[in-house]
Design a protein around this ligand. Structure first.
Ligand SMILES: Nc1nc2c(ncn2[C@@H]2O[C@H](COP(=O)(O)OP(=O)(O)O)[C@@H](O)[C@H]2O)c(=O)[nH]1
Ligand SMILES: [Mg+2]
Length: 202
């Protein structure tokens, strides 16, 4: 089964994107498989609404497990299954917490195994801080690594917030030659385009 991995800095909206994209594809209840160095593997059947209240947070590093779901994409007259993998945020600095360091290493491990990389950036943050501070060294590294994959797409998130469009323009300038889609994980904006590109890449 093909795998799409969702990566980016902490708090860019990876978990909200993953759950709302699952909902956009028609899921109401999902089985989430959790995997971490400390806790091993487990899985949970949960409604998307419950998962959002449990797993999405304004606090950094809410996601310390690899959280994957098997989703279905319409495929001609039938359907195609793929895995969508939500990850721990990658940051420039080396974290003080060993648990966070291990979770980041696990993100890198899963990124190696993925076919397609969805790289989330925060348009609002880039608009506010400028690209020097809003885009991390880690983001340029992810972009470089993404070129080696079957598919690499930048999802410029939080486009619903005021001034975020300035951030989107800056992201387009910083990553020329890459596919960039402006999205709102919160309002499911841009999801139709994300679905179309996912269909091409899977
Ligand atoms: N306004 C807005 N907020 C968002 C959007 N996506 C995520 N958020 C918020 O950003 C915070 C971090 O989201 P989360 O999905 O947990 O980020 P993660 O750490 O990358 O998984 C939460 O408070 C979300 O509600 C978006 O598209 N628009
Ligand atoms: Mg998360």
């Amino acid at each position: 089964m093909r795998r799409i991995i969702v990566v980016g800095q902490p708090n860019v909206g990876k978990t909200l994107f993953s759950l709302n994209f699952a909902e956009f594809l028609g899921m109401h209840t999902v089985t989430i498989n959790f995997e971490s160095y400390e806790r091993g593997c487990s899985s949970k059947v949960i409604t998307i609404a419950e998962a959002k209240s449990l797993l999405v947070s304004a606090a950094e590093h809410q996601t310390l497990d690899i959280q994957s779901m098997v989703l279905t994409m319409p495929w001609g007259k039938s359907a195609k299954q793929f895995e969508l993998i939500d990850t721990t945020g990658l940051a420039d600095r080396i974290d003080f917490e060993p648990q966070i360091r291990r979770a980041m290493a696990q993100t890198l491990h899963f990124m190696r195994q993925a076919d397609v990389v969805f790289h989330l950036l925060d348009c609002f943050k880039v608009a506010q801080l400028g690209f020097l501070k809003g885009i991390g060294e880690i983001d340029y590294q992810i972009a470089q690594y993404g070129q080696l994959k079957k598919g690499y797409v930048i999802l410029a998130n939080k486009i619903d917030l005021t001034q975020a469009k300035d951030g989107l323009a800056k992201i387009h300038m910083e990553f020329p030659g890459n596919k960039v889609i402006g999205i709102s994980a919160l309002e499911k904006k841009g999801f139709k385009e994300v679905k179309e590109i996912a269909k091409q890449l899977l």
